[in-house]
Design a protein. Structure first.
Length: 136
């Protein structure tokens, strides 16, 4: 006598799995786009004599709209001097450096005011950031 066994077929339906993978891909693509837009947008002027600096001193940013940032934190022009003095307290005895990164389209008067405030706050070496000029 022969015994018949009922066999059960097991299938893996991958259609829902593909939907989940595409949803995850879409989520990560959208979240990357949002996080990349959070930076401060500057177009630095070009210079043939541009050099790179290894150490990272205090950074002052001036945007095209005239907003001022001190090490990525927005600050008002009248509070810049006190904030610079506070940051430089830890740097006693060392050469006090600051990098000024300003958009190429800003008002020159604002840049001069910021440079003057930095000098009055005790900055000994003010570096104006540029990007290397393309050799064309």
């Amino acid at each position: 006598m022969e015994i018949k066994r009922n066999s059960i077929k097991v299938e893996l339906n991958i259609a829902p799995l593909i939907d989940i993978v595409f949803n995850l891909l879409l989520f990560f693509m959208l979240s990357y786009h949002i996080s990349s837009q959070l930076g401060i947008s500057l177009i630095l002027p070009q210079a043939k004599a541009a050099q790179t600096h290894e150490d990272q001193p205090v950074t002052i940013l001036i945007t095209r709209e005239g907003k001022i940032y001190l090490n990525q934190g927005e600050i008002a022009l009248d509070g810049l001097s006190a904030a610079l003095e506070e940051r430089l307290k830890d740097n006693q005895g060392n050469l006090k450096k600051a990098i000024l990164k300003a958009d190429e389209k800003i008002n020159l008067g604002l840049a001069v005011k910021v440079m003057d405030i930095a000098k009055q706050a005790g900055i000994d070496n003010l570096i104006i950031a540029t990007k290397p000029e393309n050799d064309s």
